[in-house]
Each structure stands twice: as C-alpha cells, then as structure tokens.
Design a protein around this ligand. Structure first.
Ligand code: SF4
Length: 193
C-alpha cells in the first residue's frame, strides 16, 4: 500500500523530460517554509493497493520516468520500493525527493530496498530561506543530487530555473506545482481572490 495525495500523469516541472509525478501523503519533518503542509497528515490522500499502483505505472506509457515527492516518500518505504520497482521494470527512470539527507536516510528501515530502484535522489530538507536559483526542479540550495545510475547524471539536465506549472481542473480548481516559492505565491494570491 502507498498513501498517495496527488498524481500528475505528465509534467515537465518535476525532473528532466516528461514524467509521471506522484506525491505521497504523510511527513513529520517540518522543513522550514514547506509549501505542502496539507500533505503532513498520514491520512491525507488515498491508499493505493498493489493492483492500483500497477495500473498507475502501466498507464504511464508516454513518459520518460517517474518522480516521487511528498510528503515524505521514505516514511512509506514498502509501497515506495514497490512502485519504483514496477517503474524500473517498464524502463522508466526514477527520481525521488526526500527531506532526509541521504546519510540519515541510509539509517532508515528498508532504505536499501528503495535505493536499489532509484536513479537519482534529491535529498535534504527544503529550506525556503535558501531558494535554489541555478538548478531546475530543486527547491533550495542545500538540497543535493545523488545519482545512483548515469541516467540523469548529465548536469545540463538540471541547469536552469525551475518553473511553476499551473493546471486548471474540470471544476475550475487551480493546481500549481514546481518552484516552491512560486507555488506558495500563487496559492496566496488565489486565497486572496
Ligand atoms: S519533506 Fe517535503 S513535505 Fe515534508 S516538510 Fe519537508 S518539504 Fe514539506
């Protein structure tokens, strides 16, 4: 099972190339200035069982890879490892954002099972006081890339500025993701209107 808060089937704002992006629910890390506090509660989102997760990956036919964000993915290591393994089996690349440093993550239970299925980690707590300005997709300058394979190791894939992707749902709901401070500003502006 994996508690999933949001899925975007295709985006270019959460890693190189076109990707399936999956936000898990549940996080107790309290990074300074987190722009996803609605994902802190473990009961947020929906629990997807193995067959639902398999369908999600089977449907991801026209993307280069999958990015898992949160919430904190490593607080659900079993479900996370399962979905990453499926993605890998279909030839998709895998990127995981974690609020733990990799050193701390390596001490967590079942880390190795997850790590074996990750091409690139983006690690470390998001810090709104240190916004990233040179690397795309990454929220704050303290966060580090750790390439476990060469798939995303080319630095030019990460050079540039992160953008905000805005989507308008069928009911008119506005959804934004990508650059954290851009998302936060947009949410504040929408809240005022
Ligand atoms: S790990 Fe992610 S969801 Fe958790 S507090 Fe940090 S930025 Fe927010």
């Amino acid at each position: 099972m994996l508690r999933v808060a949001k899925v975007i089937p295709k985006t270019t704002a959460e890693g190189p190339h076109e990707r399936l992006a999956l936000w898990v629910a549940g996080c107790d890390l309290a990074c300074p200035g987190c722009c996803n506090p609605e994902l802190f509660a473990p009961e947020a989102g929906t629990s997807l069982d193995r067959s639902a997760l398999a369908r999600l990956i089977e449907d991801a036919s026209d993307v280069e890879g999958i990015t898992v964000l949160g919430g904190e993915p490593l607080q659900q290591p079993g479900g996370l490892a399962f979905v990453l393994r499926l993605a890998r089996a279909r030839g998709l690349g895998t990127i995981v954002f974690t609020g733990y440093t990799l050193g701390a993550a390596q001490r967590l239970p079942d880390f190795d099972e997850v790590d074996a299925n990750v091409d690139t980690w983006v690690d470390g707590p998001f810090d709104a006081r240190r916004p990233e300005t040179r690397r795309r997709f990454i929220g704050s300058s303290n966060q580090r890339l750790h390439h476990r394979t060469s798939r995303y190791a080319d630095a030019t894939l990460w050079n540039g500025r992160t953008r905000v992707e805005v989507r308008i749902g069928p009911g008119g709901a506005v959804e934004a993701h990508g650059l954290p401070r851009g998302v936060a500003r947009l949410r504040r502006a929408l809240h005022r209107t």
